[in-house]
Design a protein around this ligand. Structure first.
Ligand SMILES: [Mn+2]
Length: 331
């Protein structure tokens, strides 16, 4: 069974020494980022530190939008003059925090993260690449400092964990330590049932109709290995919803038997195609490489690119790259 490493004394010392702190996370924050920032803020408050939460945004994901009022979008001069400790959570590189990277220059920085790749930065760090979420790393800090997990804090930690594990679906065998930690959170009062309802049950009817229409555009390519979604702007102009059904769309389409990858083409204002790529967990297809070859980026299983090209040649270019990869050639 995996065990979390000890938190180094240098990390604890930075927190103990601080009288003021700024907790920062990545741009376009997700649930793990936001709840890591909040849980870290509460930990520092318990140490009598004056805490400021800052994130460059945008807060587009529906499940995190309600937390936006807790966050400033800049570190102003008077705050910086207090020489705060900066805590950066859920970021593998400093550029993930966007323009805030300039605003924290010269300040002591502590990094708490769980990403495997990246350029190390900061004066001290607690990075556990096997941790399923940054919030679970922060839970180790609570333990190391002997600060009790209230129901409220336990819930923030659970939300980050639930976000990054796809509600436990991405966890493989021999990771019982994670379930022991979750057991502590549930005993602190977290209801996995309620959290699931909060995460899944807050969509508008319009977003579900939008989802249905998107699924209706799907066509099959490469003998069913690939599903393609095509969202032409005129055909979808009636949908004004901020609650875009993208995550559900990918999950539903990757659940189709035999499907290894989903390509979602969305026509932008300037007629460029924004392409979202997803690959199934079992697939050898590396969509990050394919998106990268078009000037985009991402990971093996999730990536994106924006391309100024006509739809047909663009699609056939992408399909031939996928075909090369699934037949074992690398490009
Ligand atoms: Mn994370």
């Amino acid at each position: 069974m995996f065990t979390y490493p000890e938190v180094e004394p240098a990390v604890l010392e930075l927190m103990h020494k601080a009288s003021c702190a700024v907790v920062v996370g990545h741009v376009s924050p997700d649930g793990d980022c936001i709840h890591s920032q909040i849980a870290m803020g509460k930990l520092l408050s318990a140490l009598s530190v004056d805490v400021h939460l800052v994130n460059a945004g945008p807060f587009t994901r529906k499940e995190i939008r309600k937390w936006e009022p807790l966050f400033a979008d800049h570190i102003d001069g008077s705050l910086k003059a207090k020489n705060p400790l900066v805590v950066v959570v859920d970021c593998s590189t400093i550029d993930r925090i966007g323009y805030l990277a300039d605003e924290i220059k010269g300040l002591n920085t502590l990094v708490i993260d769980h990403h495997a790749s990246g350029e190390p930065f900061g004066d001290a760090s607690y990075i556990v690449t096997k941790s399923f979420s940054t919030t679970l790393c922060i839970m180790q800090l609570y333990k190391a400092l002997d600060i009790p997990l209230t129901h409220e804090i336990a819930e923030h930690i659970f939300y980050g964990f639930a976000t990054d594990t796809g509600y436990m679906r991405f966890i493989g065998p021999y990771r019982g330590e994670t379930f022991s930690l979750v057991a502590d959170l549930v005993e602190a009062g977290v209801s996995p049932n309620e959290v699931s309802n909060m995460m899944e049950g807050t969509h508008s009817l319009e977003s579900r109709k939008y989802l249905a229409r998107l699924i209706d555009t799907v066509f099959v390519a490469l003998d069913g290995i690939v599903l393609v979604v095509k969202e032409e702007k005129e055909a979808f102009s009636e949908f004004k919803t901020e609650d875009r059904p993208t995550d559900t769309l990918y999950a539903q389409l990757l659940a189709v038997e035999g499907v290894q990858a989903v390509l979602y083409f969305k026509q932008g204002e300037d007629d460029k195609w924004e392409i979202g790529f997803r690959a199934s967990h079992a697939s050898p297809i590396n969509v990050g490489l394919i998106a990268g070859s078009l000037g985009g980026g991402g990971h093996r299983k999730a990536a994106g690119a924006t391309v100024a090209m006509n739809f047909k040649p663009l699609l056939s270019t992408l399909l031939s790259r996928i075909e090369q990869q699934s037949s074992g050639q690398t490009n």
